[in-house]
Design a protein around this ligand. Structure first.
Ligand SMILES: Nc1nc2c(ncn2[C@@H]2O[C@H](COP(=O)(O)OP(=O)(O)OP(=O)(O)O)[C@@H](O)[C@H]2O)c(=O)[nH]1
Ligand SMILES: [Mg+2]
Ligand SMILES: [Zn+2]
Length: 327
């Protein structure tokens, strides 16, 4: 029964797609296999080891970055969903044919910064709008994209596509995120150079897409880089975070450094730099409100997670008592 050392070498690869308990893995050998993933949390983009009988995912390598959102509530509990893992860049895609949605972009930026990858904003369908309209959408979105590059392009005519060459390097992974119909799959196809991903039309009346892409899919570029196309997100729900909010709201955080009180709540404290900026018109009031809403959203998820851990302890976990007391 004892197999030789050679047979114990586990095949390795990258998860390119997930379907209800099944992972499709692109092996380092170049072959593609479909294996079960039971008892392990697997995400698209993961680097995994396959059992030597080639039947299941044996283990998942530590992720260097992960795009995580709150999935829909299951029962009363929030669940996390790893949208993409081991990514270097996140393309946050918006269409120039729709009115700018700063609030949505703020959420996407928090998610992207929290992932550990670098966000880049892509405004598609430049071939469909006149330059004034394009400039307007660009300028409005730029107000919430502090220090984040914005590129306007067309996945159809390829105008502006050359701006993206710098992000595509050997081995780098780019996740493509955005609402349905904004042109994520079209962009992926334009970068790959063939119809790797199915594309669907949008409703004429409101430019909404039809959720053509139904599962995240990792696609390898001829250059050796990777693109991770994702289904259009209806809602950008946050999960608990690291420093995503601080980075996405760098303007507010920079101002608060100069508030008179270190624990300033930016309400009616004297010497509040944030309120002063709102009064002189350099910071929109809605930015502060928006940030507060996201902070509260994350705090409630964090609280729920803590409560869950506590109730788990009461049901009798195997954590030693001293640990329990410390936490
Ligand atoms: N004119 C023009 N049309 C575009 C461009 N990008 C996408 N489209 C069109 O917009 C529609 C939606 O494109 P998709 O690429 O399927 O959009 P998606 O973001 O992948 O949508 P989901 O998969 O539903 O999330 C299609 O009819 C595309 O041809 C663009 O840059 N210019
Ligand atoms: Mg798509
Ligand atoms: Zn303040």
């Amino acid at each position: 029964m004892n197999s030789g050392a050679h047979d114990d070498v586990m095949p390795q690869g990258r998860v390119v797609r997930l379907d209800r308990g099944w992972s499709t893995i692109l092996l380092t050998s170049g072959d593609s296999v479909r294996v079960r993933n039971i008892g392990v949390e697997v995400a698209v983009g993961d680097e995994v080891n396959i059992s030597s009988d080639m039947e299941r995912v044996q283990s998942v390598n530590a992720r260097r970055s992960a795009l995580i959102r709150r999935a829909s509530f299951e029962g009363a509990r929030a669940q996390r969903q790893i949208v993409a893992s081991n990514i270097d860049t996140v393309f946050l895609v918006h269409s120039l044919t729709s009115p700018p949605n700063e609030r949505r972009l703020e959420r996407e930026l928090v998610l992207a910064f929290d992932s550990g990858a670098n966000p880049v904003i892509i405004l598609t369908k430049i071939d469909c709008v006149d330059s004034d309209a394009a400039k307007n959408v660009h300028n409005v979105l730029a107000t919430v994209a502090i220090g984040v590059p914005i590129h306007m392009l067309s996945g159809i005519t390829r105008e502006g596509m050359d701006q993206l060459s710098g992000y595509i390097s050997d081995g780098a992974t780019i996740a493509v995120l955005g609402a349905s119909g904004v042109g994520k799959s079209t962009l992926v196809n334009a970068l790959v150079g063939h119809e790797a991903q199915e594309v669907g039309d949008v409703r004429e009346s409101d430019q909404r897409g039809r959720h053509t892409t139904v599962a995240a899919q990792l696609v390898q570029l001829p250059s050796g880089g990777w693109l991770l196309d994702t289904p259009g997100l209806r809602a950008v729900n946050l999960w608990t975070s690291g420093h995503g909010i601080e980075r996405a709201f760098k303007d507010v955080f920079d101002l608060s450094e100069t508030c008179k009180f270190r624990d300033c709540k930016h309400s009616d404290e004297p010497g509040c730099a944030v309120q002063a900026a709102i009064e002189n018109g350099s910071l929109p009031q809605i930015r502060l409100e928006s940030m507060r809403r996201l902070v509260a959203e994350e705090a409630s998820i964090e609280e729920e997670q803590r409560d869950r851990e506590k109730s788990f302890d009461r049901r009798g976990s195997r954590r030693p008592a001293e640990n329990r007391r410390r936490s």
